[in-house]
Structures are given as structure tokens and as C-alpha cells.
Design a protein around this ligand. Sequence first.
Ligand code: NAD
Length: 338
Amino acid sequence: MIKTVVWGLGAMGAGMAKLVAGKPGYKLVGAIDLRQEMTGVELSEINDIGEPGAGIKISRDGEKVLAETKPDITLLATNSFVDAIFPDLQLVLTHGSNCITLAEEMAYPWHSHPEQAALLNDLAVKNEATLLGTGVNPGFVLDTLILLLSGVCSQVDRIHAARINDLSEFGPTVMRTQGVGTTLREFQEGITKGDIVGHVGFRQSIDMMSDALGWALDEIIEERLPIVSDIRRETAYAIVEPGDVAGCNHVAKGMLHGKEVIRLEHPQQVRADLAKVQTGDHIKIFGKPDINLTISPEIPGGLATMNLAVNMMSSAMSGKHGLRTMLDFPLPHFNRMT
Ligand code: NAD
């Protein structure tokens, strides 16, 4: 049985723990979260995990859990940023555990965080472990899937892709970081202060694609624009009055010899239905031949992230040690046995 620790038991971590609980050949052995109210709670009581979580007490002490349980693999879902999770990743690798993290910046950190990436790679190799960052985006829709489609092209001139999604199900953190419910002025102030960030991971998606396509880009330009609502919108965590901001349209452009060769758009808003916005994932490759793919509605972000990470566990256990990316493994796919 492959011993699995889950680090971070929020929406994603608790969901992955539930998936691992029902996964043939895998066994939950430890759970880590900093939240006070979770400390000491049995994993069986979280997210209907039941018997596979029996006897596993949620702990704040990552080092102790790793030392006591010696996991084969750790699923880490705590934070989006390399700087924030770097010490925890070091700890996991030092204990010789393979690791899949959902941190957006870990999907392809080689250019954005070269020093940390090199250190983590060395540590993983030294401890014969594999470290992979993945998720729906970055990790799949606006990078891996695009590159997969380019496999039938003899020439790629330009890529234009958009992930148009709805944020209505998300909680207060997402509302705040996307500027939902702010006035236009508050939105601009939030962007300037860095409180409103839009999507995390465009840099990593573009770095992954440009490396794979052989494009040495001049620069990556990012813009975060307010999605102004002309109607009232309401969710459990946000109210948007007409004229205020319903979300953030984050656009990233990869420039080659002064020309835009990659354009990624990610307009995220609440109650897209009320504004008659059809959600979906759209990929256009301009080349030989042109490719045009639409998935509508969009691939559901939370479910897809948890499923993809769990489907990648066998790849992360396959002995390709070091810091890896989605390009290093066989195509991600579901397999009911692994
Ligand atoms: P969440 O806020 O619901 O849960 C995070 C959990 O981690 C919380 O329970 C928190 O207490 C715990 N935590 C935070 N720091 C910790 C630490 N140092 N040690 C132990 N526990 C800690 O978030 P979520 O929705 O579960 O998402 C988790 C992360 O995955 C986020 O950063 C999110 O942006 C990212 N994510 C990435 C993708 C992708 O496509 N790559 C998709 C979904 C989520």
C-alpha cells in the first residue's frame, strides 16, 4: 500500500484525502493542517472520509507526521506561492517523500524562481524523490492541454486561449483576491497594493509553453482589468451593485520579437449567468493546421484539480526523481486501478 500524507485540509486537500481513501493500493497515513479547530480531529470525521481515516489525528506538526509515518507520497495543498511553501517542500523531500503540490507557482518554477527550483530539484534527486506541481490551471487547461493539441501541428505561429469561468461557489479569499464587490476605485487601489491579484500561474503556464515550443520570449506582459457589472449580482459571500466590479479579467501576453505570440485570458466573475456570459475553455492555435477547441461549460476547476493531482500520483511514484513538470510524464489520464 502506498502511504499517503495530505498537507493542508482545505477544499482541495480534504477532497484529495477523500479520493485517496477510495483509491486502490493507497493508504492514508497522516494529515497536517495549521487550523486550530482541526488539531487532533480524526481524519475519518473530515469530508465523509470514514474508516480509511480512522486513527489518523490531524496535526500542526508537519515534521513529526513525516518522521512518524514515512509517507511514500505527500499531497500538499496549502498555498499558491513558492516562497510560502518552500520550507515545507524541503521538509517533505528531506524525508524522502514524493510530493504533488497544487501551488500554482510550482507548476513550472524554473524561470520565475530559478534558485528555489534548483535547490528543490537537487534535494529531490538526493533523496530519490519526485516533486510535481499541478492543477487545473496552471497545470492543465492553459498549458498542458494546449501543448498536447500542438502535437498535430507542423508549425505554430500564435496561441490564443481563454478560460471563462464563474466564481460564485468560492469563498471570501477568492472574492477578495479577485476584487469582487469592489468599486472601480477600490479595484484599482487593490491592484496597486497587490491585494487584488487575479489569476496566479500565468507566468508559469507561458514559461512552460514557450520552453516546449522553442520560443525564447522577449517578455511576458500581464494586465488585470475590472469586469464591471451593469446588473446587481449576489452570492453567499459577495454583493455586486450595478457599476461595481463582478470580477477580474486577467490577461497575459507572451511577446516574441515584439509580437504577441501567446495570449491567455482568464475573466473570472460571480454570477456570469446573470450577465449572460457563457463559461468555457477556448483554445486557438494559429499554425499548420489551425486548431480550435471549445469546452463549454468550462472544466470545473476544483474537481478537475483534485482529480488530476490524484491521477498523477502513479506518475509521481514512477521513479523520475527531481523537480518535474507535467511535460515529464505520460499523458495524464484516469485509471480505475491506479
Ligand atoms: P483552502 O484555503 O481551502 O485550504 C488551505 C488549507 O491549508 C487550510 O485548511 C489551511 O489551514 C491550510 N494551511 C495553510 N498553510 C498551511 C501550512 N503551512 N501548514 C499546514 N496547513 C496549512 O485552499 P484550497 O482551495 O484547498 O487550495 C489550496 C491551494 O491550492 C491554494 O493555494 C490554491 O490557490 C491552490 N489551487 C491550485 C489550483 C491549480 O490549478 N494549480 C487549483 C485549485 C487550488
